[in-house]
Design a protein around this ligand. Sequence first.
Ligand SMILES: NC(=O)c1ccc[n+]([C@@H]2O[C@H](COP(=O)([O-])OP(=O)(O)OC[C@H]3O[C@@H](n4cnc5c(N)ncnc54)[C@H](O)[C@@H]3O)[C@@H](O)[C@H]2O)c1
Length: 370
Amino acid sequence: MRVLITGGLGFIGTQLCRSLTRAGHDVVIVDSMTVQVHGDTPSIVLPDGATLVRLDVRNIHEQADLLCGVDIVYHLAAETGTAQSMYQIQRYVDVNERGTAALLESIARCTNRPRKVILTSSRSVYGEGAFIDAAGAIVQPAPRTREQLDANHWEPRDATGVPLRAIATPETLPFAPGSIYAATKASQELLLNAASQALNFDAITLRLQNVYGAGQSLQNPYTGIISIFFNRARQGLMLPIYEDGKETRDFVHVEDVVAGLMAAMTNDVPSGTICNIGSGIATPVNELARQLLRAAGLDVPIKVTGQFRVGDIRHNFADISRARALLGFMPQVSLADGLARFCAWAKSEPVYADGLDKATAELKAKGLAN
Ligand SMILES: NC(=O)c1ccc[n+]([C@@H]2O[C@H](COP(=O)([O-])OP(=O)(O)OC[C@H]3O[C@@H](n4cnc5c(N)ncnc54)[C@H](O)[C@@H]3O)[C@@H](O)[C@H]2O)c1
C-alpha cells in the first residue's frame, strides 16, 4: 500500500515509518523538519521504501497530487508542547488546526482519495480526566485554578473541598481541554470527523498518552519529561519535580504505540472510532525520576520543588479496553524495560545543552508558572 505520514520524521513518525516499510509498504513522509525538534543541522536517514517531501503541512493543499493514489494517511505533524502552547497560541493553532485543514483540503482535491486517515490525538483533550467522588460517581473536574495551585492544593476536589480519586479515563468522557495544545488536538479530531463524512473516507483517532522511547528528541525542552530528565542527569543537573511529585502520568512505549497505529490501518473498525493508546498504568512523576536514574546508572538529586505550570493536569491513566477490543492493542513493554532501552539509546546520543531552565523562565515571565 501507499502510505503518507505527515510529521513522519518526528519521534513517533520515524518508528512508524520503519514499521510500515518493513511490512512492505511505500511510505511518503511530509515533514518541515522544525528546528525545535530537529535542531539546526538535522541528520536524516530514511529507511528503504520511504521518500521525503520537505514541506510545511500548512501548504500541502498546494501539492494536491501528493495525496492522489495514497491509500492511508497518518496525520502526525503538529506542535506538541503543552506549556509552550499557552503563550505561542497563534503558532499552535496555525500549525495544528490550519495544518489539518490543509491536509483535508488536499484530500478533497483528489479524485482517487485515501480510504483512511489516522490521526494521533492526545489524552490532553480530556483535561483533568476521569475521577470518582465520595458517592462513587464519575466526575470530570474543571482545571485547577491558579489560586488552588498557589495554595498547593494539588488534588482536584469536589464542591465541598474533598479530594477526588483518579480512575482510568475512558473515551466517553467529553472534551475539556485545559491548554491551547489540547484545544487544537480536539479541533483536529472534529475537523477530521466532519471531513470524513463529507468526503467519504474513514477517520480513526488514537488518543496517545505520554509516549517515550528511543528516538525521542533530546533537544526539545518543551515536551518529553523522560528526555529532559535524562539530558539533565547526564550533565549532573538535579531533576526538578513539579508539585509534590505524586502527580501521575501514563507512560507508553513507542513500540506499543506503533503497534496501535499499525492496527488502526489494518483492522476494519468503523469510521469515527476513537481509541485511547496508553499503558493503562498511572506512574507518579517522582517514581518515574527514580526509575529513570536507576536505568541510566546516574545519580543526581531529585528535588520536589513545589513549582507548577498552569494548564498541567494532576493525574492521568487511560482506559485501554476499547483499543484492546477493536485493535487487539496489548502493551508489551514494561516501564522498566522501556526505560532501560531508552537509556541504552540515549547514552549513544550527543549531550545537548539543557533548555529546561530557559523554558521554565519563559513560563514564569508570562505568569504561567510559579
Ligand atoms: N509524543 C507524545 O507523547 C504524544 C502524546 C500525545 C499525542 N502525540 C501526538 O503525536 C504526534 C507526533 O508526536 P511526536 O512526539 O512524534 O512529535 P515530534 O515533535 O517528535 O514530531 C513532529 C514532527 O512534525 C514535524 N512538523 C511540525 N510542524 C510541522 C509542519 N507545520 N509541517 C510539517 N511537519 C511539521 C516536525 O518537524 C516533526 O518531525 C503529534 O501529533 C502529537 O500531538 C504525541
